[in-house]
Design a protein. Structure first.
Lengths: 542, 296
């Protein structure tokens, strides 16, 4: 019998008819196996996990079916029984390790607390058990780490603490809800191998929730694909990636950006629309009386972007890629260096002299929920820029309608509010807003990172199409090497505020020279798989 | 799969009238509070038609009378009708409350916007605000009144000034978080002038918290005015205000306790009603509460 067996699970909004968000889900996991639950946002994958843990929010109820852990139906278990099971038989790790830890308690004590409530061990026995566990998750300098506070640790270390906390009672079931989504690729690779290792050592079953096919290919034994609360298919990972049974899975796999750089395009233009020379930004904090450590967020960043080409800036968090973007937009003031936009150095211009230049360079942000003012109609958001430069209101509005159609939305949407659109639609609106200024350069700061992979592919296509049409130079900032290899002509790799490697995409991502770039590429999950063609790259080469 | 074909939700906007009705009917306490407030406001406005007696006419033969058919709540030490004085007192109290709330909110909004958006102003202004907040507001008000002499205007200024720092801090913190929003940065990138950014993108974020803060300031100003009058630092004792009536009645408490208790009851009930209404508005405007209906 399976360790965890979910049969015909239905979850619905409490008291609302026909509002099922999970519609008859079946899945089962054996001990020592990893089942990946894959789906886009709204597929009900996290709700399934929460239902298993007995942690559904009060507005949602499991209205039918059963969740059986070792022969015990969890849906009928009392709150006290569930609390007991949660540490000893099943446990869960979450996406955001910062918010899942108590910021004012030492991390060692937070792990020890689990033992305190669920075991009869003495204090010293608990301590040594916690330290053993911290060593098992490969935390360095365990004695010092034990007494640290969460803010003193890096994201990866915090996630290791969460895993240690989840596994300290040796549960048979570990539920991991997007545990690596908020982490850098190199850290992600370490955490994935840690989960694999612990699964083998402890023989636990892992229910791994993710939206990332790359991660699936690295960690899964079996895969269940969910769409809007319904199971599309369940297969072994190799079968699923090679022979998906449903159109949905095929479409999902085709949308995964390949790690292989696209073939280089012919040099279209020698006209440079944006270039920087030795651009640097140093934060020297402190007030009137104190002086804090200087932070060099960006140092000596130089590049040039020709008309109609795409330059990708890739790097992990803290590498300074967003700092560069914000300097170029003059949202922050650079410390030194030049920023040349269409022949004018804007790095040190005053706000007044800057205004005529701002038109030439526009930005699309990462978070589609926050990049439009929720209180004004999207038409008003789009025409705000043109109005600032003296376009008549009627003409600007007519242009806004055209632009909306251009980005694939109905022109009549101009008087709708942002909350009436999905994330992908809002990102299209943000692109339309940027285009309304007729810019020469578009800066896309992680512009597709918050989108589902199918929507992401559509937005990337849209950007490519607009680039073709308007000859836009695109500065594309991303942490995702797959996306970078699909869209970029040139790639600039940053680490700790410095440029590590800069050159044509095929060269930098295909045959990197620097160790750091090699590490990044090696850490990218699923790099051996050619998802779109349903086969590993190794076979394609044969 | 496709976000292009996904349906766009139909426009959903509530008219202000429906919204107000919903707030007032949100709980029986709020409904009762609103009715009381409306009655008090109407009686203050139409005081001249309501009161049975002239509130300042002295009738020495009728001093300190208990409630009767002629004098509904009895009379004070000078033989003035207590009910009439309380109704007229409402005029002063409500004017002070509403005016203090409006002035404090508007002044606080301006200063808070500047502090939140322009860095060097922030450094200077917030230290001044810190200094102002270090002085207890009643003491500050008494100091201002004794400096300039008691009149309706000085009392109003004295009550409003200590309320401003709270609003400045509130607006500043709202602006500080709102200016980090990508849509504000997009507006900067689109070349929008600072004034436009403040008006379009920052001020709307402050409206809901300011309405709520305004109701609390209104309640607290009414109370402060009563306290100032009670302490003898308020407006001219001849003019009836709830605090004045109580101050005058204090020494006759054992003979006719109604002189203190009735205006005290009115002050308590009015402040309770305003606070209840403030809470109801807060619940209605809180985006977390408002979102519930939209998500699914």
């Amino acid at each position: 019998m399976s360790l965890l067996d979910i049969r015909n699970l239905r979850i619905a909004l409490d008291g609302v008819r026909d509002a099922d968000v999970v519609k008859g889900l079946d899945l089962s996991i054996e001990s020592g196996q990893t089942l990946c639950l894959v789906g886009e946002s709204g597929s009900g994958k996290s709700l399934t996990a929460l239902a298993t843990m007995g942690l559904l929010p009060p507005v949602l109820k499991a209205i039918a079916g059963s969740i059986t852990l070792k022969g015990e139906n969890l849906l009928e278990a009392s709150a006290a029984r569930l609390r007991d099971l949660r540490a000893t038989s099943m446990s869960m790790i979450f996406q955001e390790p910062m918010t899942a830890l108590n910021p004012v308690a030492r991390v060692g004590q937070q792990i020890e607390e689990v033992l305190e409530f669920h075991s009869d061990l003495s204090l010293s026995a608990r301590r040594s058990r916690v330290k053993e566990m911290m060593e098992a998750v490969h935390l360095p300098d365990v004695d010092k780490m034990y007494a640290s506070f969460p803010h003193q640790l890096s994201g990866g270390q915090r996630q290791r603490i969460m895993i240690a906390m989840a596994l300290v009672m040796r549960p048979q079931l570990l539920i991991a809800d997007e545990p690596t989504t908020a982490l850098d690729v190199t850290t992600q690779a370490q955490i994935l191998s840690l989960i694999r290792e612990l699964r083998e050592d402890q023989g636990a079953a892992v229910l791994f929730i993710t939206h990332d096919m790359g991660v699936v290919s690295e960690i899964a034994d079996d895969v269940t694909v969910l769409k809007l609360g319904e199971v599309m298919e369940t297969q072994g990972v190799d079968d699923l990636l090679r022979r998906p049974q449903t159109d949905y899975t095929r479409a999902l796999l085709r949308a995964v950006p390949s790690q292989v750089p696209r073939p280089p395009r012919d040099e279209q233009s020698d006209e440079v629309v944006l270039s920087t020379n030795a651009l640097s930004k140093t934060y020297s904090g402190g007030g009137w009386f104190t002086k804090t450590r200087e932070v060099r967020a960006a140092q000596d960043v130089s590049f040039s972007l020709p008309k109609g080409r795409t330059l990708g800036i890739v790097g992990e968090s803290g590498s300074g890629k967003t700092t560069v973007a914000r300097c170029i937009m003059r949202l922050i003031d650079p410390t030194s260096g030049t920023i040349n936009v269409g022949g004018t150095d804007i790095a040190m211009l005053s706000q007044k002299d800057l205004k005529p230049q701002r038109k030439k360079i526009q930005i699309v942000f990462q978070d589609p929920m926050r990049s439009l003012n929720p209180r004004i109609e999207i038409g008003q958001s789009i025409i705000e820029g043109p109005l600032n430069y003296g376009t008549a209101r009627d003409a600007a509005m007519a242009r806004a309608r055209e632009l909306l159609e251009l980005v694939g939305l109905p022109a009549s949407a101009v008087d709708r509010f942002p909350h009436q659109f999905s994330g992908g639609q809002r990102q299209r609106i943000a692109i339309a807003r940027a285009l309304a200024m007729d810019p020469d350069v578009l800066v896309a700061d992680e512009a597709v990172s918050a989108l589902d992979v199918s929507v992401q592919a559509q937005v990337l296509d849209l950007l490519a199409e607009l680039q073709e049409r308007f000859g836009l130079g695109i500065l594309f900032i991303t942490h995702d090497l797959g996306v970078a290899s699909q869209i970029c002509d040139d790639v600039l790799v940053m680490q700790n505020g410095r440029v590590v490697e800069y050159g044509p995409a095929g060269q930098v991502l295909g045959s990197p020279r620097q160790d750091y770039t090699k590490t990044l590429i090696k850490a990218a999950p699923g790099r051996h798989w050619d998802f779109a063609n349903f086969r590993p790259f190794a076979e394609a080469a044969e | 799969m496709s976000d292009q074909t996904a349906t766009i939700a139909p426009p959903a906007r509530m008219s202000p009238l429906v919204r107000t009705r919903e707030i007032v009917l949100s709980s029986p306490l709020v409904t009762v509070g609103t009715i009381i407030l409306v009655l008090v406001v109407l009686s203050a406005i139409f005081a001249a038609w309501i009161v049975p007696h002239d509130p300042v006419r002295l009738t020495p033969s009728q001093r300190l009378k208990p409630p009767s058919e002629t004098y509904w709540l009895g009379t004070d030490a000078f033989g003035r009708d207590l009910f009439s004085r309380i109704v007229y007192g409402g005029q002063i109290s409500l004017v002070v409350g509403v005016a203090a709330a409006i002035v404090a909110v508007v002044a606080g909004l301006m200063l808070g916007l500047l502090a939140g958006y322009i860095r060097w102003i922030d450094a200077v202004l917030m230290r001044m605000v810190d200094g102002l907040m270090a002085i207890p507001s009643i003491l500050l008000a008494i100091a201002i009144v004794s400096l300039w002499g008691a009149s309706l205007w000085t009392v109003l200024v004295a009550i409003t000034i200590p309320e401003v720092p709270r609003v400045v801090r509130l607006v500043r913190s709202l602006v500080l978080s709102a200016r980090e929003e990508p849509y504000v940065e997009a507006a900067i990138a689109a070349g929008s002038p600072t004034f436009l950014i403040m008006r379009r993108h920052l001020v709307p974020n402050t409206v809901a918290p300011l309405i709520i803060q305004g109701t609390y300031i209104c309640a607290s100003a009414i109370l402060t005015e009563a306290i100032l009058s009670f302490l003898g630092a308020g407006i001219n004792p001849e003019t009836p205000s709830w605090g004045n009536i109580m101050a005058e009645g204090r020494i006759y408490f054992q003979i006719n306790p109604g002189i203190v208790l009735w205006p005290g009851l009115v002050v308590s009930v009015v402040i309770l009603s305003i606070n209840l209404l403030g809470d109801a508005v807060r619940d209605a405007l809180d985006p977390r509460m408002a979102k519930r209906g939209l998500e699914r």
